[in-house]
Design a protein around this ligand. Structure first.
Ligand code: FES
Length: 94
């Protein structure tokens, strides 16, 4: 099973393949902020520090919101991310 690691705390969680990061965080009260939950506000912007190359490529709409939210290279939206491999994440500087 894929594993999500939070760089800020070092805690790791195994999740079923295809788990939505948003759902997992909300169901388990995990340390990541969300706003709209539909990919438009940028509150959930994060950086995948490890494993990002195996995620689905960023789409045009997600890229537009990321650009609005942060200048960090390779940032993604936590509310849109589907976990299909081991990833380490941290909140983006917004
Ligand atoms: S929570 Fe608003 S873009 Fe993800």
């Amino acid at each position: 099973m894929p594993k999500i690691t939070f760089a800020s705390t070092g805690e790791s969680h195994e999740v079923p393949d295809g788990t939505r990061f948003l759902d997992f965080c909300q169901e388990n009260d995990l340390p990541h902020d969300f706003g709209c939950t539909v990919g438009s506000c940028g509150t959930c912007a994060l950086v995948v520090t490890e494993g990002g190359e195996s995620l689905a490529p960023i789409g045009d709409e997600e890229a537009e919101t990321v650009e609005m939210a942060t200048d960090e290279e390779g940032a993604r939206l936590g509310c849109q991310m589907v976990v299909n491999c081991d990833v380490t994440v941290r909140a983006a500087d917004v």
